[in-house]
Design a protein. Structure first.
Lengths: 270, 278
């Protein structure tokens, strides 16, 4: 072990000065808003000690959504929601704009990643029983997020304005139209008239990039608030949550995605 | 407007307040005479300085309560004034579309008796390519000295994909007909049936379903003939067609969306159609 020599007093004083200087803007912000404390509270809050990788699916879904939001903003700079120009602008983004293929690819594949992670996260919450008291409301908020995310997929699918996009949307809208009583009116509203046209494209575009993301962001905010307020749930096999005394943690090599082997027995390989 | 209403409400309340006798009654009032000279008593003796009120004292509608309700009410009115038009703007245009003009399909001579033609045209030239439609047209000859024409829409009544004619097709004999409105292409076809690429719906040459998921027969177009030209009018839905060609008996209904039943018990599921508002 290397022996670290004690810093000279002068050096230490200078260090303190630098730290104090760096803290000035942070203190300024904290004193006026309390934001720094809030962020610290969010990042360093306590979670059960026996959570595992499945608990990261929610954050992963959030990350996927943020990727969609960021790439979507960039795509909106080049996309034109007009029937005569939409397809051309997509072609332009994919082939001519520098790195346009990458951003569009991220948005396109990221959409599937988002939905898949959403379902995996939902499955985790369901299978772990994490929706139970007192977290029912957060389950409800999540269930409201699910159709919004799928509507994002539906409205985004029309925007490339190619044959696949057009006919898939025709079929999708007409599926809505077969709903009893309100179906025909819903279909009429979605396609903004008797037939899919310029108004349908701009309508889907506005829904896709303004209304739905706004609603999703609001609900995600509520979702996170409830997660922070109620805390993260322990997995169903948690001995800690069951009130048993916590035994010595297994060696780090034995931890993993799966349930840890019952404690107290002889570890494998010994 | 809202200001006037608020002013009137306040004026009324003020007037009522002024004219009500015994208003602004408060408990207490001047100390009863004769107590000023009395010897002071300790605080823990004697009755309370202010007797407890038996009933809530004051007006029926205190000012703060009134102001609270007024603020909420005004906020509600303002919200309504904003949300109403915005929602109307978002929803109503979809239901108030203009009627499309009749489409000129060219001279009736272009459609020889007993033969099928596939006509492709723009239903709304101003809207451009997105309004391109296709119809299958067969001239059935004269019935009672009136021309009879079968015009079948290519929109599958399952979920709206474009059906295609199954059979030979003479693309090399395709003609482009220029009319006053626009131009259309007419292709000779000899369909044995019509079928849809999306989910396998199949129809016979009268549009009756023969296979797959469609719930009724193919939609048809009304038509008229002016100056020897065939004009396409609005489409209508068909439950079933009996017979063929000029002798066909068509069970016609108002236009319904794809996938919607027009007859039978399931037809009752769709009592309101968007066209009812047009």
């Amino acid at each position: 072990m290397a022996v670290v020599p004690p810093p000279s007093r002068r050096r230490k004083r200078r260090m303190d000065q630098v730290v104090g200087l760096a803290n000035i803007p942070i203190d300024w912000l904290e004193e006026r808003s309390g934001l720094v404390g809030g962020v610290k509270y969010f990042l360093f809050r306590k979670v059960p000690s026996d959570i595992n990788w499945f608990h990261t699916l929610g954050s992963a879904t959030l990350t996927a959504f943020l990727v969609q939001a960021a790439t979507g903003v960039i795509l909106a700079m080049y996309y034109s929601p007009h029937p005569d120009e939409a397809y051309e602008s997509i072609r332009y983004i994919t082939h001519d704009v520098t790195l346009g293929w990458l951003v569009r690819g991220m948005h396109r594949w990221g959409a599937s990643v988002f939905i898949i992670l959403l379902f995996l996260h939902m499955a985790r919450v369901f299978l772990f029983g994490a929706y139970k008291y007192p977290r029912e409301l957060n389950w409800i908020v999540g269930v409201m997020l699910l159709p919004l995310a799928m509507l994002e997929g539906f409205t985004g699918y029309l925007l490339p304005w190619d044959q696949t996009a057009y006919w898939a949307t025709v079929v999708g809208i007409n599926l809505n139209g077969t709903g009893p009583i309100v179906g025909p009116l819903l279909a009429q509203f979605l396609r903004s008239g008797d037939e899919i046209g310029a108004d349908s494209l701009t309508r889907f575009y506005a829904l896709h990039m303004l209304l739905l993301p706004g609603a999703i962001m609001g609900l995600i905010g509520l979702h996170l608030y409830l997660v922070i307020r109620l805390g993260v749930s322990s997995p169903p096999w948690s001995e800690e949550a069951a009130g048993k005394e916590r035994t010595e943690a297994p060696p780090s090599g034995e931890r993993g995605l799966v349930r840890p082997r019952a404690r107290g027995g002889r570890p494998r390989g010994e | 407007m809202a200001g006037v209403v608020v002013t009137l409400i306040f004026a009324f309340l003020w007037a009522r307040d002024v004219m009500t006798p015994g208003r602004a009654t408060t408990t207490g009032g001047p100390e009863p005479a004769g107590t000023a000279d009395a010897a002071p008593i300790p605080a823990h003796e004697g009755g309370p300085a202010m007797p407890p009120a038996d009933e809530p004292v004051g007006e029926r509608m205190p000012r703060n309560k009134f102001l609270e309700l007024t603020t909420l009410g005004l906020g509600g009115v303002i919200t309504g004034l904003v949300v109403g038009p915005v929602l109307g703007f978002a929803v109503l245009p979809a239901f108030t579309g203009d009627e499309l003009d009749a489409v000129d399909l060219g001279p009736l001579d272009e459609y020889p008796k007993g033969e099928w033609r596939e006509a492709t045209f723009m239903s709304d030239p101003a809207a451009g390519e997105v309004s391109r439609r296709t119809a299958f047209i067969r001239n059935n000859g004269m019935v009672d000295e009136q021309p009879s024409v079968t015009i079948i829409s290519n929109r599958c009544v399952h979920l709206g994909c474009p059906v295609q004619s199954g059979g030979p097709r003479q693309d090399e004999d395709q003609e482009t007909i220029k009319t006053e409105q626009a131009e259309l292409t007419v292709t000779p076809i000899q369909p044995a049936n019509f079928s849809c690429p999306c989910h396998g719906g199949a129809y016979d040459t009268e549009g009756n379903r023969i296979a797959g998921p469609p719930v009724r027969a193919l939609d048809r177009y009304k038509y008229s003939i002016k100056g020897g030209n065939l004009f396409l009018l609005e489409p209508y839905s068909v439950g079933e067609v009996k017979g063929e060609g000029a002798e066909a008996m068509i069970k016609a209904y108002g236009l319904q969306g794809p996938g919607e039943h027009v007859d039978g018990p399931s037809g009752l599921l769709y009592p309101i159609q968007p066209q009812d508002f047009g």
